[in-house]
Design a protein around this ligand. Structure first.
Ligand SMILES: [Ca+2]
Ligand SMILES: [Ca+2]
Length: 281
């Protein structure tokens, strides 16, 4: 019992040493309650919340570097996640995952993997996305990949519910996580199967709810595009897109020809920072 009392006093002393972060123009502050404190490789991470906040949201993250440099940020929700043995990418350098969520029905999730060298190094960063980035060892080589989506297509040709969110996979390359979709076709199997079933159901007219022709065609086209298989993507579009099958709903664009739609898709795709370099000859 005495041990726990001493431990409690010690933790209380440590916590009391920190003053709450004061963030200029704070959305969720003022912060007063220290949620957790982690010391790792000379860095200190503190998560703070506003105990009087009635919205049940809002956290501040304070990072203190070994040199004493302090960085403070806030968001609706922030969590620090310790990875396996504090070394997700197995390169011998301690790392830490920082996850945040801005609140709202869909948007936005952010995931950062920080290596605690001095200075710290961001080796993975996927910010402001409709999809959280999750780590999982897809190819069984012992080093997890990151998997998320490209939300660039949401609302582009149809409603959010109909819009495809094509998968994006990042692989550790020895220096940072880089997009490597083409190496992970297994990550696209479920998307392609769903899109093919939708395509066949539309052909058979067995669906009660018909999406826009653009969106149903995109569902079959985009997985191949993100796999780096541009020729197959074009064939998928030709197979699945019938221009002007229904009248333009006047909200989203429709196209007079497959090629006009294809050029529009390529333009959006190439503008996305998450597009896959085309590797097919
Ligand atoms: Ca590491
Ligand atoms: Ca792997």
């Amino acid at each position: 019992m005495r041990y726990f009392f001493v431990l409690f006093c010690f933790l209380g002393l440590v916590f009391a040493q920190s003053n709450p972060p004061v963030i200029a123009d704070s959305v969720y502050g003022p912060y007063d309650n220290l949620v957790s404190r982690l010391e790792l490789s000379g860095y200190t991470f503190e998560l703070w919340e506003n105990s009087s906040d009635s919205n049940y949201g809002g956290r501040a993250l304070r990072t203190i570097s070994p040199d004493g440099e302090i960085i403070e940020t806030e968001d609706f929700m922030i969590d620090i996640v310790q990875t396996e043995n504090n070394d997700l990418n197995k390169n011998g350098i301690t790392d830490l995952e920082i996850q945040s969520f801005s609140g709202g029905a869909h948007c936005c999730f952010s995931t950062t993997l920080l290596e605690l060298s001095n200075p710290a190094s961001v080796v993975f960063d996927h910010a402001f996305s409709e999809c959280p980035a999750l780590s999982d060892d897809l190819d069984g080589d012992g080093i997890p990949e990151y998997q998320s989506c490209d939300d660039r297509w949401a609302y582009e040709y149809c409603s959010y519910a109909e819009s495809p969110l094509p998968t994006v996979v990042w692989k550790w390359n020895g220096e940072n996580y880089e997009i490597a979709n083409a190496e992970f076709p297994q990550a696209y199997q479920a998307e392609i199967a769903r899109a093919l079933e939708l395509f066949l159901s539309l052909k058979a007219e067995t669906v009660e709810w018909t999406p826009t022709p653009e969106c149903s065609a995109l569902a079959l086209t985009l997985p191949y595009l993100y796999l780096g298989q541009e020729k197959l993507a074009y064939e998928a579009l030709k197979l699945s897109y019938t221009p002007n099958k229904i009248e333009d709903d006047a909200i989203f664009a429709s196209f007079d020809s497959v090629d006009a739609f294809w050029q529009s898709i390529l333009q959006i795709y190439n503008e996305s920072p998450l597009h896959t370099p085309i590797s097919q000859p």
